[in-house]
Design a protein around this ligand. Structure first.
Ligand SMILES: CC(C)(COP(=O)(O)OP(=O)(O)OC[C@H]1O[C@@H](n2cnc3c(N)ncnc32)[C@H](O)[C@@H]1O)[C@@H](O)C(=O)NCCC(=O)NCCS
Ligand SMILES: Nc1ncnc2c1ncn2[C@@H]1O[C@H](COP(=O)(O)OP(=O)(O)OP(=O)(O)O)[C@@H](O)[C@H]1O
Length: 361
């Protein structure tokens, strides 16, 4: 599975384009604005922090956040905006990764992440393989924003100026969708992009971008086991291409971090086995089936993804089957590591008995 970041300026047409992807092509769209509303609902941790940081004056009589009031504050004060972002953005990122994971389980080959601040915060940038900027002219943006939100020019400009300019974003993205014309023209641009993304789907392992620092995950990891002896060359290539940090060691408790030196084969004591997402999925699903407490397991899994950590099963004679669930652009899902003696059949058997992760790496 790969992810496509959809961004632009305020009111440049992201939601309009996202709707076309979703309704006309059935693409899953994960919308940061929608999530941003969910995570600040009354009672949620972010809500409590907003209340204590900004005071009761940003609440409605119902107790919910007064979005208009909070908007007036943060779009006119960079310091306050930073405060709000620091409260809300981690929760948005977490929920986005959660939804990405669900879409993966549903078998979607790619998902669109609609993120207005993709390039400003850069939080989700490491996860996207492509980025689309929805572009329109400055005067169109201003007019559309004033009309849609019923804002005067000054208020609309404050919102526009709180973001990176559209021109700058166009230089950072991989694709631009021109939304300066009537919607039918925009629709035809979306169609072209959809076709390009579908064409980008190829066997997951041959689709890993090597050496492109912009779209590789700097923090992507491969887990290596010091007791094993062989490193498949493609794994080395992948690791070095992705600028990976490699963890090496003999057991989960003795795993120590060491930086992988791209291009060297000096770290001989390891076996990192890449498997197709379908196998990973089967393993993951078999794990979920075994528990009535699926939700908390998923939360934990998400945490592990979020933190780029692994999961260790310690059932039976195999002690170090380690599954790394780490989203790698273009690559499917991540890495699985197991000891060389274990066959897939044995893994299935072990997992059928396993009661889930016993220790985190
Ligand atoms: C300030 C809030 C309460 C205003 O709510 P309101 O309903 O008026 O606007 P809405 O949430 O629909 O956002 C509209 C657009 O404003 C822009 N925007 C929103 N927050 C920000 C921000 N912190 N910085 C710059 N632009 C922003 C985006 O382009 C977004 O699409 C709300 O936007 C918010 O909670 N923002 C912080 C969370 C955030 O950064 N959201 C953007 C998604 S990453
Ligand atoms: N091609 C177009 N022609 C005319 N109006 C358009 C066009 N595209 C979008 N609009 C209008 O412009 C406004 C902003 O569009 P939209 O809500 O899609 O922007 P957005 O980038 O998602 O905004 P935000 O950053 O606030 O989430 C809407 O009222 C929409 O109907």
């Amino acid at each position: 599975m790969f992810l496509v970041g959809l961004t632009g300026g305020i009111a440049s047409g992201k939601s309009t384009v996202a709707k076309i992807f979703r309704e006309e092509y059935g693409c899953p769209v994960i919308d940061a604005d929608v999530i941003a509303r969910e995570v600040v609902k009354s009672g949620k941790p972010a809500y409590e922090k907003i209340k204590s940081t900004f005071g009761e004056e940003v609440l409605l009589s119902t107790g919910e956040i007064n979005r208009e009031k909070l908007g007036q504050i943060i779009f006119n004060d960079g310091g306050k905006r930073k405060l709000l972002n620091a409260i809300v953005h981690p929760a948005i990122k977490r929920e986005m990764l959660w939804q990405v994971f669900w879409n993966l389980l549903k078998g979607h080959q790619f998902a669109i992440l609609d993120i207005p601040l993709l390039f400003e915060t850069r939080q989700m940038l490491p996860f996207v393989s492509f980025s689309i900027v929805v572009f329109c002219q400055e005067e169109q943006q201003l007019a559309r924003l004033m009309q849609r939100n019923d804002l005067d020019e000054e208020a609309a400009k404050a919102r526009i100026n709180s973001q990176m300019s559209l021109k700058e974003k166009c230089e950072l993205c991989t694709h631009v969708i021109d939304n300066t014309q009537p919607l039918d023209v925009t629709r035809s641009h979306v169609k072209k992009r959809k076709t390009a993304f579908t064409a980008a789907l190829c066997p997951w392992h041959s689709n890993v971008p090597l050496g492109d620092s912009r779209i590789c995950l700097p923090e992507s990891m491969v887990l290596l086991d010091a007791h094993n002896t062989a490193v498949p060359p493609e794994t080395l290539g992948l690791a070095s291409g992705a600028g990976s940090v490699v963890f090496a060691g003999g057991s989960p408790s003795s795993l120590g971090a060491q930086t992988f030196r791209p291009g060297t084969t000096s770290n001989r004591h390891c076996l990192a086995l890449l498997v197709e997402p379908s196998l990973l999925l089967r393993i993951t699903l078999s794990w979920f089936r075994k528990t009535s407490d699926t939700e908390s397991r998923l939360v934990k899994l998400l945490w592990l993804i979020d933190n780029g950590e692994g999961i260790t099963f310690t059932h039976g004679k195999v002690k170090d089957l380690i599954i790394i669930l780490h989203l790698i652009p273009n690559s499917g899902l991540g890495f699985i590591k197991k000891t060389s003696q274990v066959s897939d059949k044995e893994i299935t058997h072990i997992l059928s008995k396993s009661d889930g992760p016993q220790a985190n790496v």
